[in-house]
Design a protein around this ligand. Structure first.
Ligand code: OGA
Ligand code: NI
Length: 306
């Protein structure tokens, strides 16, 4: 029943104390099969301005492919540690790719109740198969297929967001580096935790990405900070959860919000999630798109190399 003290969050963070238990507003849901494209666009834009997060349904990624992605990821994490260590992040690595289980303590000296695996899935020139599990054998094929779908869906969403800024459809894609932008797969593995009231999976953060497209397993746990409260995100089977990250906040000069979020853990069940972070390459300079700023609209952010 006890957990090591490094996992016990301060009272400012403990989910049992800080989760809002009144009526919970639902994260916006956008149906991409709606033939009225104008209303889809408006829904994506409104959700990104007010929440910085929304769920998309009928998004075109086959349910069966998502099921296979989850299956190969789960099979990898269920291997013995020694096998998972074969794709571990090297100790001297300056990059984040690889399997990690000994998470560093955060600023308060606390640990997160989660293991993870990071590896790039697109563009092919950035893929390093050294960090892709060899087991199960279908891992590679499934992730390669998923990469194509996730890229297509990301570009559709970036197109809506660009038009919402009054710009051409490819403006935000170009702002993230066009075809040089990278898609980083992460798998989060949250084992059952005897004290889910005291520990957190991933602590509060905004994503450093442009946008993040995430599929969870069936165990809820994502929480979103809005109007000064932490709310549980509703679980919708086969939906893709879209987070606006720091780079779209910057490119849009603050019009689209980078959502603050965190995850809780479960007493009995293993939670897993598969976020894909769409990010500029590391040398890319990111700042407010020049078309959006002028004398009446000064830039709110300085450009910097990602
Ligand atoms: C993350 C994250 C949320 C989740 O890994 O950046 O926010 O639902 N994960 O696991
Ligand atoms: Ni996140």
């Amino acid at each position: 029943e006890a957990i090591p003290f490094e996992f016990i969050r301060s009272e400012k963070e403990q989910p049992a104390i800080t989760t809002f238990r009144g009526p919970t507003p639902a994260i916006p849901v956008v149906d991409l099969s709606n033939p009225d494209e104008e209303s889809v666009l408006r829904a994506v834009v409104k959700a990104s301005e007010e929440w910085g997060i929304f769920q998309v349904v009928n998004h075109g990624i086959p349910t069966e492919l998502i099921r296979r992605l989850q299956e190969v990821g789960r099979k990898f994490f269920e291997l013995p540690s020694s096998e998972k260590e074969s794709v571990a992040k090297p100790v001297d690595s300056k990059d984040i790719e690889g399997y990690g289980t000994k998470l560093q303590k955060d600023l308060e000296g606390k640990k997160a109740w989660v293991d993870h695996l990071f590896h790039r899935i697109w563009p092919p020139s950035c893929v390093n198969y050294r960090f892709w599990p060899k087991n199960p054998p279908e891992y590679r094929e499934v992730n390669e297929e998923y990469a194509l779908h996730v890229k297509k869906l990301s570009e559709t969403l970036l197109g809506f967001l660009s038009e919402g800024l009054g710009l051409r459809r490819d403006a935000l894609k170009e702002g993230l580096g066009g075809e040089t932008a990278e898609y980083m797969m992460k798998i989060n593995y949250y084992p059952p935790c005897p004290r889910p009231d005291l520990a957190l999976g991933v602590p509060a953060h905004t994503d450093l990405s442009g946008i993040t497209l995430l599929v969870p397993n069936e165990v809820p746990g994502l929480q979103v900070f809005k109007d000064d409260h932490w709310f549980d995100a509703e679980y919708i089977p086969s939906a893709v959860i879209v987070h606006i990250g720091d780079q779209i906040l910057r490119l849009s000069n603050g019009k689209y919000k980078n959502v603050l979020h965190r995850t809780t853990v479960d007493k009995e069940k293993t939670r897993m999630s598969w976020p894909v972070f769409l990010e500029p390459h590391r040398e890319m300079i990111v700042g407010p798109l020049p078309e959006l700023t002028g004398d009446d609209n000064p830039p709110k952010y300085k450009p910097f190399a990602f």
